[in-house]
Structure formats: structure tokens, C-alpha cells
Design a protein. Sequence first.
Length: 59
Amino acid sequence: MSEDHCTIRDAAEPPRAEGPPYAECVLCREPTEYPESYKGVTLCPVCEWQEAQRTACSG
């Protein structure tokens, strides 16, 4: 079985902002890399990494 069950396919990712203003992180309210105009869940790089660690496959 060659399919990776940990990979989310076709996940909608917000577009990266070219400059300020940036959207706030929904967890810590720090600036993200996403434009302020993006409507949806945005996480800063630190919270994105922590969320990835929490949801990673354990075996």
C-alpha cells in the first residue's frame, strides 16, 4: 500500500501575502503570512508548526 494516510490532499491553503496588512493568528493573535483580507482560519508560522506536530501520525 503506497498511499500516505497522513497527507491531506486538496487542502485549501490561504494565499501568502506580499506585504502588510497581515491577518491575525486565530490562536495567539500574532501576525501571520496571510493577507488581512483572507476569510478563514489563519495561523502564524509557530502555531502552524505546533498544530502540525499535534496532528502528525504517531506510527
